[in-house]
Design a protein around this ligand. Structure first.
Ligand code: ADP
Ligand code: ADP
Ligand code: MG
Length: 660
């Protein structure tokens, strides 16, 4: 085993690798950019080396700097994590020449699998079933149309060098190809510097199911079953799980054998993933192989008990695989939720800033559920515009899929993040959906279930009860502070947005009885765990545990339970009546302002004062988190003033354009 390794990555995956290295007694060197100087990974590593300014192209992608750091610190091997240099064969070759071990597969395998056209040829030779299509470069639009018609619509137009869901277009007819082919080619050229495009059949009702493989330098390869990653937004994974609720043992074995055959064909000697697309009849087709540790690897670790990072280190050091295929059957069920810094209520726009509050669910096993949270941040850290907007990967594992989902919903309920917007309400909404529970997944799930985007959900009757009970307790504690033991009034009106109900409170030791006289029911709130100022309210209502988020609002509290939120007020009957007659608060007219939805860099400003614009017209492009966001006018008008120009920074909600 190595004495010391260097980690050429950042964030959660760097922390993940350090944890295993520590357990194995291997020292770690963390390279970092100026943006990450105070990061958790740097704090945890034994040594750290600054390699450059925040942009990845000037730091985490600089092979020379990283190699220099390895030499200066005496690191014998480099783990690249995922993204950045992880799939650059050239980097692996340079390391070999310098006598440093690359903790990943051999460069020939990276080259062979890094290109979608080349890897499909390898797969076909290894008798792996591939998506029907044209496994060669398409030259022009005419050629594209001919091939699309041969393959049969719908087809997928794809960049051979593609990754991260980029450079892909579905085409259902000739016109789609005429438009999609040049667009895919331009995107491929811009994103990957390689405009080779091919066309394959678009598999309808597809599920994304992938096989984890592990090989050593002695010709042994095993597979560690599948992960299903069908819950995707714009071809990027959001929720993953193992095992897939769709596979039977025979299909799992067949897919596993094909994945092993492909890995052996390229002498695969590390952890890797063979991705398949599976149709409604369980026909499966090879998509691509990722020659690195995958983001969603924890669900495999939870269901097999294997530490994949440890295995990568061992095989990189030349050890023989000691795992036997027969011992690797999946145990129980695991789910992973990618917690992103994005605003689900505003089209999932990236949201960056400081984690003013960050408290993750407690890890470990309780009540039959194991919780694991892979994160590279602490409270007070910043989610910066330079890197991936993922905050954490929350995973749960239990004996059954239902229990793992229940555990995930409960863990998300107590995951506190303030300072940046996050997708936890959205993840919670999915956990509560019957279709997700039933495992009826396809890669179109999010688009089908949220056709108009995500706007939160109205509270269910049960959630209204939870919020009523919490609001009553919170109000009672506040009154108790002021009343010096005087007896509590017994009748109140609880207002939850537009819902209103009469309640009578009765305090019994540590519990609260809440009578609902108009409904002829009573709520019993027990095990209350909340004090003024606490953002999480925990308790048990009629015997069922719950947790909701409570933040002080202008009036009362803002309560959120899963995807439902409401403003809560507890009033006396008299003030409730007054409140009813209060005119609604007047909001200032902002409809003439076009604001930047996030902090970033203005790439271009398309309008000038005096210019007329139409609704839908592009007024600016703002870059944040490696993504270019197009800002459009929401109404017709004439430009009165403009804010920051091209090349300047813009803050969230700063005015980009004001219309007259
Ligand atoms: P996974 O398949 O592990 O879920 P993705 O395919 O979404 O992950 O990519 C994982 C990471 O690798 C992301 O940070 C993504 O931005 C990065 N990535 C993927 N493909 C490329 C590529 N061709 N070039 C650069 N980065 C990439
Ligand atoms: P990337 O390198 O960007 O990860 P993939 O080839 O793995 O590209 O495709 C990413 C996603 O796009 C898949 O998970 C799937 O949802 C969808 N997809 C890709 N190819 C097809 C296809 N032929 N038919 C249907 N969906 C596809
Ligand atoms: Mg992929």
């Amino acid at each position: 085993m190595f004495d010391k390794i260097l980690i050429a990555n950042r964030g959660e995956i760097a922390v993940r690798i350090i944890k295993t290295a520590r357990r194995l007694g291997v020292k770690t060197v963390q390279v970092y950019s100026e943006a990450d100087a105070a990061s958790l990974a740097v704090e945890m590593a034994d040594e750290s080396v600054l390699i450059g300014p925040p942009p990845a192209a000037q730091s985490y992608l600089l092979a020379d700097k990283i190699i220099e750091a390895a030499k200066a610190t005496g690191a014998q091997a480099i783990h690249p994590g995922y993204g950045f240099l992880s799939e650059r064969a050239e980097f692996a070759r340079t390391l070999a020449a310098e006598g440093i071990v690359f903790i990943g597969p051999n460069p020939v395998a990276i080259d062979a699998m890094g290109d979608k056209i080349a890897s499909k040829r390898f797969a076909a030779d290894a008798k792996v079933s591939t998506v029907p299509g044209h496994v060669d470069v398409i030259l022009d639009v005419k050629h594209a149309i001919r091939i699309a018609e041969e393959v049969g619509y719908p087809v997928m137009i794809k960049a051979s060098a593609g990754g991260g869901g980029k450079g892909m277009r579905i085409a259902s007819n000739r016109q789609d190809v005429e438009e999609g082919f040049p667009a895919a080619r331009a995107e491929a050229k811009a994103s990957f510097g390689d405009d080779r495009i091919f066309i394959e059949k678009f598999i309808t009702q597809p599920r994304h199911i992938e096989i984890q493989v592990l090989g050593d330098k002695h010709g042994h390869v095993v597979h560690l079953n599948e992960r299903e990653c069908s819950i995707q937004r714009r071809n990027q994974k959001v929720i993953e799980e193992a095992p897939s609720p769709f596979l039977d043992a025979a299909t799992r074995t067949a897919m596993g054998q094909q994945a092993i055959a492909l890995a052996k064909a390229v002498d695969y000697d590390s952890a890797g993933t063979v991705e398949f697309i599976v149709d409604g009849d369980r026909n499966f087709y090879f998509l691509e192989m990722n020659t690195r540790l995958q983001v969603e690897h924890p669900v495999t670790e939870l269901t097999t008990g294997v530490d994949l990072v440890e295995q990568m280190l061992r095989v990189a050091a030349g050890e023989k695989l000691s795992l036997k295929q027969a011992d690797l059957a999946p145990k129980g069920s695991a789910i992973e939720s990618r917690v992103y810094a994005e605003d689900p209520y505003r089209g999932f726009l990236p949201s960056i800033g400081r984690l003013v509050r960050y408290r993750a669910p407690q890890e470990g096993r309780r009540g039959g559920v194991t919780v694991r949270n892979d994160a590279g941040v602490r409270e007070g850290d910043e989610i910066s515009m330079f890197y991936d907007p993922m905050i954490a990967k929350l995973c749960t594992h239990a004996d059954t899929r239902d229990a793992a989902i229940d555990g995930m919903a409960a863990a998300l309920d107590v995951f506190l993040i303030e300072g940046v917007e996050h997708n936890i309400p959205f993840l919670s909404a999915v956990m509560d959906q019957p279709r997700f529970r039933e495992g009826r997944l396809t890669t179109g799930y999010i688009a089908e279930e949220f056709p108009d985007g995500f706007h939160g959900l109205a509270p269910t009757p049960w959630q209204l009860d939870l919020m009523t009970a919490a609001a009553c307790h919170m109000h009672r504690l506040q009154l108790a502070r002021r009343s010096n033991g005087r007896k509590l009034r017994d009748e109140w009106i609880v207002v939850l947005d537009k819902h209103k109900r009469r309640v009578r409170l009765e305090v019994a030791a540590d519990d609260l009885h809440i009578d609902l006289p108009d409904e002829g029911r009573r709520l019993e709130l027990a095990l209350i765990d909340w004090r003024p100022g606490w953002p999480i309210f925990r308790g048990a209502l009629d015997g069922a545990d719950f947790a909701l988020m409570a933040t002080p609002a202008m009036e009362g509290y803002r309560l959120r339970h899963r995807a439902a939120s409401a403003n809560a007020l507890v009033l006396t009957p008299v003030s409730a009546e007054l409140h009813e007659r209060l005119p609604p608060r007047k909001l200032s007219d902002t409809s003439k302002l076009i604001l930047s939805p996030m902090p970033g860099l203005v790439v271009s400003l398309a309008v000038a004062p005096g210019q007329a614009v139409k609704a839908g017209e592009i007024v600016a492009v703002v870059e944040a988190m490696k993504m270019q966001n197009i800002i459009r006018a929401e109404r017709d008008g004439v430009v009165k003033t403009v804010g920051p120009g091209a090349g300047e920074n813009v803050a969230a909600d700063e005015v980009l354009v004001e219309l007259a």
